[in-house]
Design a protein. Structure first.
Length: 163
């Protein structure tokens, strides 16, 4: 357990340092040099497929441009959803301090409604990107997804075996 914790700590330190160097070089744009900062942003947002698309599907410049526009709009929406959820959490904490249980329940429902809308927005975003791809690219994307799922399954099995 200590070895795993140490390995994670070292990895995070190295990733942080590399990210700082990438930002100083200005490499935080999609489809360039596998920017570490870009990958971290994608992972945090739950969408790290852009790099795979750029590298493996031979996107045209027009496709890359369309996807970049979609991504920018999507990121703005996600920022708004997350800010809305954070604001509602602050309101919920205030209601907790006041022991206003009815208000807590209402705000909790509102938080989950916002999370649902955020999830639906992510699906719409994925669909919009999917619609930009050619039939050949879609086939290749499906193959990549299967490979990724299989490799993630193997990682999970190895992690479970290590415990």
């Amino acid at each position: 357990m200590k070895k795993i914790l140490l390995a994670v700590l070292i990895t995070l330190t190295v990733v942080s340092m590399l990210s700082a160097f990438e930002v100083m070089k200005g490499n935080d744009k999609p489809c360039n040099d596998n920017s570490m900062m870009y990958q971290q942003k994608q992972h945090k947002m739950g969408n790290n497929n852009m790099e795979l698309l750029c590298e493996n599907l031979d996107l045209t410049d027009a496709q890359k441009d369309k996807i970049a526009v979609l991504r920018a709009a999507h990121q703005k929406k996600m920022i708004q959803f997350n800010a809305d959820i954070d604001t509602k959490r602050v309101d919920k904490r205030a209601a907790m301090m006041d022991n206003d249980f009815a208000k807590q329940k209402k705000i909790t429902g509102n938080i989950f409604d916002s999370k649902k809308q955020s999830a639906l927005q992510r699906i719409d975003h994925h669909e919009a990107i999917w619609n930009i791809l050619t039939p050949e690219q879609k086939l290749k994307a499906n193959e990549l997804r299967k490979e990724h799922s299989q490799s993630m399954g193997m990682r999970h099995k190895r992690m479970m075996a290590d415990d």
